[in-house]
Design a binder for this molecule. Structure first.
Ligand code: WT7
Length: 630
């Protein structure tokens, strides 16, 4: 499955386009354990959306991620856990041990009534139990829905209710840097409005006092004592759902992106092996939280499917200081490092003193994901971290694609700063104009679409297939629309230019403008608001909110803080606006549509050319907004 040179890439790419079915069937059948081999390869329709890969095959992803390695290389370390406190011991878990831990916890889930197809919500910090909970859920054929530990009670409740989770797995508390964060307490607050939840399983991390309700709440440790450490993996159909992961779109309500067992397994494993060029014995460190798709595919499943050693870090890049990542790399002799542009820019800002005396000589490959990696950050990463010796893989993909789509293969594809470069085998990108017409040739810009299914394409949005169809397959009929703008340069290299829809990318976190507006509008005394993203040196984008109040605020600064509290409560701290400007009106067209283009320009600080404002209902509001701009 490993491509080792550029000619092999070109050949694989060619095959994957000429005969995608044969291409993927070969990879899928030769590199994985199937309980029942598939005979059907692909059935698809992008017009009335459906995709089925390896449909009549049967498997369990954990057999592939754990059992086969536990048998062949039992003492290879599967997971390294680096705790928040640098002085605390790290923990290494071998494949043999991980299989036992996962099997034991799988039995705990079963003992608590979880069955194949049930949904399990996981709300935990970055500790080994999080990875174990994910894998245990998959082992018994239940569907995990991991909710990032930074989301609010309200957000947890919305996600639990949308997919009717039966069980929640959490911890007493979490530690991030020098902060202690409640987890169980937040879950308790969420559960007030979640009648579907029958059991809550609590792992202990901080020994924070928590309320434990008789009959509902169970301690992880105690429950484990009651069960055995072997649990046969449930045999799944390839198209049975493996997980749901909620992500933001243009509308207010996050959608549950659904991925399925077979295709996801094949694509996560294939892309991990090829993009990072993992060699046996390498230590691989992905800094993403398992609560995001990067953590799912490239901290847990991709590495484990390849029998790799994956390092998970509980803390933050700036604790105890801005050298923490480099310490971890030196301490664990990390060979492959995968992080986000926002982290690179932030650490770059702390200066190079934090790099002094850090032995980064084991590094071989550097990766980036989540947002465009600007040239300045690219060069710093390349020079200071990679010492000019490590290829940078700038990987473009999305929650919906589940795996890397456009990226260099480390050491194989020639890289270019700020470019995701070329599509992986099996990925057929196409640029289209506003009308959906293909833009051919090189040196062009357009909206990025994909014209053929790859194994881990989104299957549906939980409980609402129409929404999946209309979000991804109706803008440009017959194509999957990514929501991203993209340039293809003279060499045919792809550069992602950012979202073209109402989705913002704040520090690599995806947040819908409508979600933030809804949260602001629920604050007392607020009439209306409009939210846009604007360029931010470290976060990539910041959130700029224009807010109309019922009355002129008496204490505007206090009101701004109150609004931030409301947004934190409703969504989570990651969605807090960076700037709030109180305005008396918003630029609207005669039909009542907010002209966001103008608001974006003002937020960017570029008011020289606002474009056509002739359709505005009341052009004077624009003057006022420009004058009051922050
Ligand atoms: C959006 C997807 C993919 C996992 C993390 C984010 C942006 C992602 C890149 C990149 C430029 C990128 C896109 C995309 N994005 N990677 N290498 N260069 N932009 O997943 O939360 O689903 O967000 O992130 O805009 O659509 P996500």
């Amino acid at each position: 499955m490993r491509i080792t040179n550029i000619a092999a890439y070109q050949q694989a790419y060619k095959k994957s386009v000429e005969n995608p079915e044969q291409f993927w069937a070969k990879i899928a059948s030769e590199n994985f354990v199937w309980d029942k081999p598939f005979t059907k390869i692909l059935d698809w329709n992008f017009n009335d959306y459906k995709v089925n890969w390896f449909e009549d095959g049967q498997l369990n992803i954990t057999t592939n991620a754990l059992d086969r390695h536990a048998a062949n290389q039992p003492n290879t370390v599967a997971l390294i856990y680096e705790p928040n406190e640098p002085g605390d011991d790290s923990v290494s878990i071998t494949y043999k041990e991980l299989l036992e831990k996962v099997s034991r916890f799988a039995n705990v889930l079963k003992a608590n009534g979880v069955q194949k197809g049930d949904r399990v919500c996981i709300y935990m910090p970055m500790i080994p139990e999080l990875a174990i909970a994910v894998l245990a859920t998959a082992r018994i054929g239940a569907i995990h829905s991991v909710v990032f530990g930074g989301f609010s009670a309200q957000s947890i409740a919305d996600r639990i209710n949308d997919s009717e989770c039966k069980v929640v797995i959490t911890t007493d508390g979490a530690v991030r840097g020098n902060k202690k964060i409640p987890m169980k307490e937040t879950v308790d607050e969420a559960l007030v409005t979640c009648p579907c939840v029958e059991k809550v399983i609590v792992a202990s991390r901080t020994h924070t006092p928590v309320s434990m309700i008789k009959g509902r709440d169970i301690w992880w440790k105690e429950a484990e004592q009651e069960v055995s450490a072997t649990c046969p993996a449930e045999i799944m159909n390839a198209e049975d759902p493996l997980f749901i992961l909620y992500t933001s779109g243009s509308t207010g309500k996050p959608k549950g992106v659904v991925h399925t067992c077979g295709g996801y397994m094949v694509y996560a494993a294939y892309t991990f092996a090829n993009v990072f060029q993992y060699n046996p014995g390498d230590v691989y460190f992905c800094t993403a939280d398992i609560g995001w798709i990067t953590g799912h595919s490239y901290l847990v499943y991709g590495p484990l499917l390849n029998g790799a050693t994956s390092l998970m870090f509980e803390g933050i890049p700036t604790y105890p200081d801005a050298g923490r990542f480099w310490d971890i790399i030196a301490r664990h002799k990390v060979n492959i490092f995968y992080t986000a542009p926002t982290a690179i820019r932030s650490l770059m800002g702390f200066g190079d003193s934090f790099l002094e005396n850090k032995d980064l000589s084991t590094l071989r490959v550097l990766g980036s994901v989540g947002e465009p990696l600007n040239e300045e950050a690219w060069h710093w990463y390349n020079d200071k971290i990679g010492k000019g010796n490590c290829p940078i893989v700038d990987t473009w993909w999305q929650t919906e694609t589940a795996g890397i789509m456009i990226s260099p293969l480390a050491g194989i594809t020639e890289t270019k700063p700020a470019f995701a470069t070329l599509p992986l085998p099996g990925v057929q990108p196409i640029l289209v104009d506003e009308n959906g017409k293909e833009i051919e040739g090189n040196g062009v810009n357009g909206n990025l679409c994909i014209k053929y299914p790859w194994p881990s394409i989104i299957r549906t949005t939980w409980g609402d297939h129409e929404r999946c169809k209309s979000t991804y397959f109706s803008t440009y009929p017959g194509l999957y629309f990514t929501g991203d703008g993209c340039m293809r340069d003279e060499d045919g290299y792809y550069r992602i230019t950012g979202r073209v829809d109402d989705v913002m990318n704040i520090s690599g976190h995806r947040i819908g403008t409508a979600e933030v507006e809804n949260a602001i509008n629920s604050h007392t005394g607020i009439v209306e608001s409009a939210v846009v993203g604007y360029p931010h040196d470290i976060k990539g984008q910041g959130i700029y909110a224009y807010v109309i109040c019922e009355h002129t605020p008496e204490h505007p600064d206090l009101l701004k803080k109150d609004i931030l509290m409301t947004v934190s409560k409703i969504i989570g701290p990651i969605a807090k606006p960076d700037k709030i400007q109180f305005v008396s009106g918003l630029p609207k067209t005669r039909s009542g549509k907010i002209m966001r283009r103008i608001l974006r320009k003002v937020a960017e600080g570029d008011v020289s050319n606002l474009g056509d404002t002739s359709t505005l209902l009341d052009p004077s509001v624009v003057e006022e907004i420009i004058e009051g701009a922050l």
